[in-house]
Design a binder for this molecule. Sequence first.
Ligand SMILES: Cc1cc2nc3c(=O)[nH]c(=O)nc-3n(C[C@H](O)[C@H](O)[C@H](O)COP(=O)(O)O)c2cc1C
Length: 368
Amino acid sequence: MTEAREDVRRDDRYATREKYASLVGIRRQARQNLSDQVWNYMHCGTGDEVTARANVSAFDAYVFETPLFAGISNPDTGTRVLGRDLSFPAFTAPFGGGETLFHPDGMLAVGRAAHAAGIAQMVPVAAGHSLEEVAGASPAAAVFQMTFCGEETAVIDMMHRAKAAGYGHICVTYSPIRQWRERMMEDRFSMPGAGTPSNFGPGKSDDAMLRELLDFTRPRWDWAKAARVIAEAPLPCIVKGVNSRVDARAALKAGAVGLYVSNYGGRTLDREPASITTLAEVRDEAGPDVPIVFDSGIRRGSDIATALALGADAVCLGRIAALGLAADGEAGVKRTLDLLRDEFWTTLGHLGCSRVSDLSPAVFRSMP
Ligand SMILES: Cc1cc2nc3c(=O)[nH]c(=O)nc-3n(C[C@H](O)[C@H](O)[C@H](O)COP(=O)(O)O)c2cc1C
């Protein structure tokens, strides 16, 4: 019996010399590396965290149809979105205001890994490294995210800085009031020095724009003011936080060249709908030609296929990329991206999609 067993050829499809065999090990390592406080900061939502959980679980309701013999063995995962060639349809999401707590190289590591994996990066204004430092670290830095607040001229000045540094698009966000994050309240979490954003003046805490960003008694913005700034912007703008037909219409009317469907991973207001459930409505309103990126709940390659089938041109990777950063810096993000791309590739193959543009609602057997 023993001899016979030795003859059995081992199936080594899953054997790998890589440090992390799958995303499970990356998550495990990230958990080991982070304190409870920082882990909670990464994962928290708001209120009861219903939306943060629903963002992930809502994907389960989209069930694929896989007709026998329809699958193919060599799908092409490449695409082009917002003027960037991508090895698979993904950007790293703008996650800031503490990402250097996950790893001191923060957005520098994320950008280098994105470049090595052949995708592009969205860089937050609240990053621990300046927008110029991140752009200098890798050519992946494609989109600069900034929150609309303060004086219009200061916002436009910052956009000029982003253009001079080589970014191709601005991602506009807005937040009228602070968020109710109970895990952080319970942890009495306060951002240590390492989490201080670098994009502001030398004294930072004296910088008028940073003060505005953190001061929620500031004057509100509205679509008219947003439209004025978008019209004067030196770079094309996409608007993040579009989760309805009404907002899609308003953002396009205000001059946005693209839409970003997201509820910020459930970190803004609890009991908003899971983002994946609003995507098809936004695509329907925008029509076929407006670029749409999507995030909130992407955890694996098949989630990317689901979002594209429902109308996204690409996804943004938030917590899943942050876990790679926390596990192993640049190498951890790179491995995360490679695993996501490879699973997306197998998903396309099983669905019989030879290219990204073949994904449509026809891949589903049932939808909620
Ligand atoms: C730790 C952390 C910090 C974030 N900071 C920002 C930010 O500065 N600007 C922004 O637009 N979104 C920010 N986000 C939201 C992400 O860009 C993205 O929308 C969200 O992570 C997507 O949800 P998911 O992580 O569940 O996929 C942050 C998210 C996390 C987890």
